[in-house]
Design a protein around this ligand. Sequence first.
Ligand SMILES: Cc1cc2nc3c(=O)[nH]c(=O)nc-3n(C[C@H](O)[C@H](O)[C@H](O)COP(=O)(O)OP(=O)(O)OC[C@H]3O[C@@H](n4cnc5c(N)ncnc54)[C@H](O)[C@@H]3O)c2cc1C
Ligand SMILES: NC(=O)c1ccc[n+]([C@@H]2O[C@H](COP(=O)([O-])OP(=O)(O)OC[C@H]3O[C@@H](n4cnc5c(N)ncnc54)[C@H](O)[C@@H]3O)[C@@H](O)[C@H]2O)c1
Ligand code: SF4
Ligand code: FES
Length: 813
Amino acid sequence: MAITKKKLVLIGNGMAGVRAIEHLLKLSPGSYDITIFGAEPHPNYNRIMLSSVLAGGADMQEIVINDWDWYKENNITLHTGHRVTKINTERKKVTSHLGIEAAYDAIIIATGSNPFMLPLPGADKEGVIAFRDIHDCEVMIDASKKYKKAVVIGGGLLGLEAARGLLHLGMEVTVVHINRYLMERQLDEAASRMLQRELELQGMKFLLQKSTTSIKGKRRATGLAFTDGTEVDGDLVVMAVGIRPNVELARGAGIDVNRGIVVDDFMQTSVSGIYAVGECAEHRGIGYGLVAPLYEQGAVLAKHLAGVETAGYTGSVTSTKLKVSGVDVFSAGRFEESPGTRALKIQDELAGTYKKIVIQDGKLIGAVLFGDTSDGAELFASIKKGESVAGREKEILLGISSDLLGQSSGGNRLEAMGEDEIICGCNGVSKGTIAEAIMTKGCNTAQAIKSCTKASASCGGCKPLVEGLLTLYAGDSLGEQVKEGICGCTSHSRDEIVDGITKMRLMSTKEVMNVLGWRNPEGCTKCRPALNYYLGMLYPEEYVDEKESRITNERYHANIQKDGTYSVVPRIYGGVTSPADLKKIAEVAEKFEVPMVKFTGGQRIDLLGVKKENLPKIWAELDMPSGHAYGKTLRTVKTCVGNTFCRFGTQDSIGMGIRMEKAFERLNTPAKVKLAVSGCPRNCAESTIKDLGVIAIDGGWELHVGGNGGIKVKATELLTIVKTEDEVMEWSSAYLQLYREHAQWNERTAQWIERVGLDYVKKALEKREDRLALMARIEKTLSLTTDPWKQIVETAELRKNFEHLTGEQSMQI
Ligand SMILES: Cc1cc2nc3c(=O)[nH]c(=O)nc-3n(C[C@H](O)[C@H](O)[C@H](O)COP(=O)(O)OP(=O)(O)OC[C@H]3O[C@@H](n4cnc5c(N)ncnc54)[C@H](O)[C@@H]3O)c2cc1C
Ligand SMILES: NC(=O)c1ccc[n+]([C@@H]2O[C@H](COP(=O)([O-])OP(=O)(O)OC[C@H]3O[C@@H](n4cnc5c(N)ncnc54)[C@H](O)[C@@H]3O)[C@@H](O)[C@H]2O)c1
Ligand code: SF4
Ligand code: FES
């Protein structure tokens, strides 16, 4: 007797529903007769990637998840362009708006959400749209060809991704946000302000704390009017103010509906045989608006329908990553402080990074990252795991918990993960799938894994984990790593850019961006200072430094402090001062009422709390060179007393240090450079945690390189041993120039040497002729430098400009 298959109807051909079907087909192939209704006229596609389509990072073909053939191959009856309007629970059939009927034994409702459209006067005008599907995307692309100005209402994830896409399409974009700061559902205020500054640099405009009252225009929208009486112009209005679960169909069928369709842990609704997954569902009072939890729901439902034992769905912790090129923002879990939680934060204005972690009962429960999101995947894994991080909080904050992935708790966490555990939430790719791609399909680069499994193809947040699995499974046979651009504005690597600049003799940042095809023609805070550095390094004589491409502190020649004041650190060669200089510093501190005078770790004197307008006056009165305590340049040469006074000293460390500092001061370098000279191996100047540390020995000097005493403490490695002070200068010059010519911008010597290997450095410096050539180039560069404080003090124009800059501008790079 032929067994009649059960009839399963999926309503909604979107991400969550089709995902459940994919799982079901794997778990129990052929056990159901499947019919799918989809209101959109397309096969199943990756909605997440619409942002990338708009921003030029992907085309429509690339975002299809399952093409038409997939439905045929799996014997699925597909009705696209058919909106189901009725579920008849008595006769057990569904009907579409065009009259097609399908009988069912089981139904999955996966109707997603509707974008919330503010019920404003004028909301029905032409040019007012949401951003939800391919059609909306096409409308925006068309509008950008005819109109100039766009307004996006809503500064959440969707609004900002829409705005970035519209900028890419050449429109002027204003984002109107109701809150005090952007993305308040994912970020705290500090991260949000940094994000806003970065997006402003990309050309986005913002109107915060604005409540829209109406949409202006006759037939077509021409702008918005606000409650405070102000207005903004715009020929395209995109509403991105949140979503509402699409529940009307379920409600009409008598299914229990709250905000979403109420489901139990097996995605079962209040009506037997009818299930719901995705954004339309409400589980334990929560409706999710991100793919990762919806895919988890789909996996549970598929098991349940296939009769495979499952513990059920218990809810998800979520993480988000804004998909805007040139800006790295990550948020996970409960990032807001509340009673009983402890928040630790670290902010580096210079590098433009911010990190916040939130801890409760010794466990990590939330995190916010800006500028550098490389720890995101690991932090998220720890949050999900709910493991104790007690005693490791500081390490985690500073990113030196070498192995949040778990080595500290015995064995690598990636190794310990189950095959079914999800690595890429956006695409629902498990560890097992990636492992199989690496081991049986020869995918030995992150790019190959992406093409093969789609892992890391959407927000990119899982990339560190994918790379971790590559190392785990491919080990030594790792192929060429994915080609990464220096930032989201370009896919060119540092070496390709430097090569391009040299071969085509490109002479300005704009020219580089144009000729090398930057995706974002304005560049961002990562690439602009980097290009400025590379051009200055390659053309020391011809290139005119672009002040506007420098970070704030370098433009002001002082470090901005948290209260907006600055710090002044004069150059004190080798840390050796004189009564006359000390008097001068004291008088200046008194006269300008400097609130704090402090000795720095690098043996300098820091005048803290100086008002911006007083900077040139203080520099004039001090009449001392800039200590460059603010720049990517030589900071200090720390010295011990050496054989001049110390009974252990074997050489004149003070003399050597002063000679080095006088030689290399004002040198632009990829990242800050700190030096030290110790008079004997007791190493009182801490030479072994410096970028270049010199240690005197009997009859000579040891040169140590690649140390770091900052966030990631690293001891130096021995480069060479020399006999004379002249040789110290020759090797130091050659080493610093090699670093200048080969490191990536913002890469400290420690990271550079870790990347290229000490052997590479030794080999490049072993021949004297090579050292002399490098030395000649550094000397040329050094001969062209001037003291910036002196220059500003002596140039009325520079001084005037300086004084006229506003506080707001000072916060931008
Ligand atoms: C531009 C954009 C970017 C995003 N980026 C991210 C991101 O980076 N990360 C992330 O996690 N999430 C992101 N999201 C959210 C994510 O896309 C959604 O959470 C996800 O698509 C929801 O899946 P779903 O299946 O529940 O709904 P959908 O994917 O919306 O699918 C529902 C489908 O059902 C159809 N439908 C509705 N009613 C009926 C009916 N009565 N009959 C037949 N068909 C019907 C709809 O037309 C739709 O095609 C983004 C969303 C957008 C719009
Ligand atoms: N990268 C990602 O993960 C990503 C990208 C896009 C969309 N999404 C998802 O898509 C869904 C929709 O995104 P969304 O950004 O629209 O939703 P959202 O609810 O996260 O954000 C909406 C924003 O609009 C603001 N807002 C509300 N009313 C307003 C008004 N009258 N005027 C101005 N601003 C107003 C809110 O303050 C809020 O910040 C969400 O579930 C989101 O998670 C995720
Ligand atoms: S490093 Fe040696 S020479 Fe220098 S102060 Fe210490 S003991 Fe003296
Ligand atoms: S988690 Fe977003 S692409 Fe993998």
